[in-house]
Design a binder for this molecule. Structure first.
Ligand code: 4GW
Ligand code: MN
Length: 272
């Protein structure tokens, strides 16, 4: 429940949401949820937004920052008071690896120009997901990451860190605290700005050498968190995948991947 650097690991039953909600309401805190819906991934957005309205940061101010190549295709979802959709048009990339990795650059750019003036915290997530239980202010902190559901019970030697020393994402075998998921991280806008800036630069340095880290932006995120320790860590309750064969399952699955193992959407698979 606590890392060796005294960051809490957030599991159901470890916090009192009533107290936390009061604290964050007094600060009138506002939260930006960034999500990318490029090309076919637009199909995930409706379920994502509808379930976020029900479960994400209920009672707080929320901006949904939706990055897409087709602003006009953003579904009309009825929002509660204090919440709004902010469509942000971005270019498309041909390779899906670039769509995924360029998220770092995009979040960096918009953090500096826009988000810093509009919200206090950023939560950056995948779109091929739905909320099924509450995700609230208990996750908020300077800098937070999420334990990857396939590795939270695993030993370090099977973590899928980048292992080629030439890559900026390289992590030596005797280092590494956790294996963090690329699909859920965040913090204050200033911290997310630093994170995305560093990850983007690392991705570009690799690109110059014709290298691409084994798990793309996720590999760079893991490298960043090794040397910039998160101040809070989210348990896999916050990013669960029912396809994962796990010896232990969390009591509550708050945010779940939507099945997409059909070639209509894609066919990448992680071997675990
Ligand atoms: C393979 O054909 C593709 S397409 C893999 C990712 C693709 C993709 C990803 C896309 O076409 N459009 C898009 O908006 N994305 C965004 O990148 C979307 O927000 C998605 O959640 C995120 C990461 O991709 P992913 O969810 O497929 O990655 P994993 O399998 O690691 O969850
Ligand atoms: Mn995903």
């Amino acid at each position: 429940m606590m890392t060796p650097w005294f960051a809490p690991i957030i599991w159901e039953g470890t916090y009192n949401l009533k107290i936390l909600n009061e604290q964050f309401r007094l600060r009138n805190v506002s939260i930006g949820l960034t999500v990318f819906a490029i090309k076919k991934y637009m199909t995930f957005l409706k379920g994502f937004l509808q379930t976020a309205e029900r479960y994400f940061m209920t009672g707080h101010r929320v901006n949904y920052y939706i990055f897409t190549d087709r602003v006009e295709a953003i579904p009309k979802v009825k929002l509660r008071k204090g919440r709004k959709i902010v469509p942000l048009k971005i270019q498309n990339y041909l390779r899906w690896q670039d769509i995924s990795m360029r998220r770092m650059e995009t979040i960096r750019n918009f953090s500096q120009q826009q988000f810093i003036h509009e919200v206090e915290y950023l939560v950056c997530v995948d779109v091929d997901m739905i909320f099924r239980h509450p995700v609230g202010v208990e996750i908020l902190s300077e800098l937070f990451g999420t334990l990857h559901p396939a590795f939270y019970f695993a030993e370090r030697d099977i973590f899928t860190y980048e292992r080629r020393p030439d890559s900026q994402a390289y992590i030596p075998p005797e280092e590494g605290d956790f294996y963090y998921a690329g699909g859920f991280f965040g913090g204050t806008v200033a911290e997310v700005c630093k994170l995305t800036e560093m990850c983007h630069k690392a991705i570009m340095m690799d690109k110059e050498k014709n290298l691409e880290a084994v798990w793309h932006d996720e590999s760079h995120l893991n490298k960043y968190f090794l040397y910039h320790k998160p101040t809070k860590i989210l348990s896999p309750e916050y990013l669960w995948d029912d396809n994962i064969i796990s010896p232990k399952k969390p009591k509550i699955k708050r945010f779940l991947t939507v099945g997409k193992n059909h070639s209509a959407i894609r066919n990448k698979r992680r071997a675990v």
